[in-house]
Design a protein around this ligand. Structure first.
Ligand code: ZN
Length: 353
């Protein structure tokens, strides 16, 4: 679990005070990975204080992070500084938060990041790392994974050292998120709740967080009672609770198939989940019906025909990636999932997208 968290509009201003006690010396910098949407946005960056060798690195968010990119960022830090950083601070959406988590792990664990894709392969504690979300829904601020696209798979580095040591939840930072991105990323949270609450891994811990997050999502995306600020505050907490819910259970069919779309076509996680979930009424009838209501209410058009021109080889690759995520299928379907989920079923679903 994340060991420290502050919440509140304007709480970003506490960052200096929080970091002050963590500095290890003049040659051990703080490295700030900032979503490049904030480049030139002095409203945010002017509030980051740089001392000694501290540095801001803007992270492009056109594509989700790859293992190669992480290895490059780690090498940059090692070549530029004589000592390991005092801390890594990620300010952005899921891509930037996952990048920050992965770099902080790979600075203390030898080898390449692709070698750690999986569950509990990390053996050394990471560098101190702080997460500051500027987009709500992925749960990356609270999860024990960092999802990376590697040479053979799209899979997270799941470990007890992955979660942030400190999170700052300042809903004001989400005020300029474009509408489609707000919806797709918010739906990532909604889908976390549905996949967790209907899964076979469900337990009282996951259920209590999942139910609260689902209630918040319904309030935000189906009702008209909230002010803009209230909706931002509540979506940030929904994301947190949704992430807590899957931390002790698992996600399911939408996520497994969305990873296939992400791996082969570079479709981003939030929109990929929506594209898949839209076709999953056989698996999540009630959840999909409510999703369609939310989509209609906000007049959201999902990309269509993204698999129209794919070859059999390409479909096979996506199906391989999806099926490799065994815990997700076991959670969604049960221990006997291999007898129920066939390649043909996945092919038929992908062909509809
Ligand atoms: Zn997700």
């Amino acid at each position: 679990m994340v060991s420290s968290v502050v919440f509140g509009r304007g709480s970003f201003n506490q960052l200096d005070e929080i970091l002050a006690t963590k500095r290890k010396g003049q040659n051990a910098p703080f490295i700030f990975y900032v979503d490049d949407v904030f480049k030139g946005n002095h409203w945010l960056t002017s509030r980051i204080t740089l001392s000694y060798k501290d540095k801001i690195v803007y992270v492009p968010t056109l594509h989700e992070p790859s293992t190669d990119q992480i290895d490059q960022l780690v090498e940059d830090v090692i070549l530029e500084h004589s000592e390991l950083p005092s801390g890594i601070i990620g300010i952005g959406g899921g891509i930037v938060l996952d990048t920050s988590k992965a770099v902080s792990l790979m600075l203390t664990n030898k080898g390449e990041s692709k070698d750690y894709q999986g569950w509990d392969l990390i053996k050394q504690p990471s560098i101190y790392h702080v997460g500051i979300p500027t987009l709500s829904g992925t749960g990356a601020e609270v999860s024990r994974t960092t999802i990376l696209t590697g040479p053979v798979r799209k899979l997270g580095i799941n470990s007890d050292y992955t979660p942030f040591d400190q999170v700052i939840l300042d809903p004001e930072l989400t005020k300029d998120v474009p509408r489609d991105q707000w919806f797709f990323t918010g739906m990532d949270c909604y889908i976390h709740c549905i996949e967790s609450l209907t899964g076979t891994y469900l337990n009282a811990f996951s259920q209590s967080y999942g139910e609260k997050a689902l209630e918040l999502c319904k309030e935000i995306f189906l009702e008209d009672t909230l002010s803009k600020e209230e909706a931002q505050d509540k979506l940030m907490m929904a994301s947190w609770h949704g992430g807590m819910s899957i931390a002790y259970s698992q996600v399911g069919v939408a996520h497994a198939m969305s990873y296939g779309l992400g791996y082969l076509l570079g479709i981003k996680h939030g929109v990929g989940n929506c594209i898949v979930f839209d076709h999953l009424e056989d698996y999540y009838p009630e959840g999909v019906a409510i999703f369609k209501q939310m989509k209609a209410k906000h007049n959201i058009q999902l990309p269509q025909g993204i698999c129209a021109d794919l070859s059999q080889d390409q479909f096979d690759k996506m199906i391989d990636v999806a099926l490799s995520l065994e815990p997700l299928w076991e959670n969604a379907i049960g221990k006997n999932w291999k007898t129920i989920i066939t390649r043909q079923k996945l092919l038929d679903l992908y062909k509809k997208m």
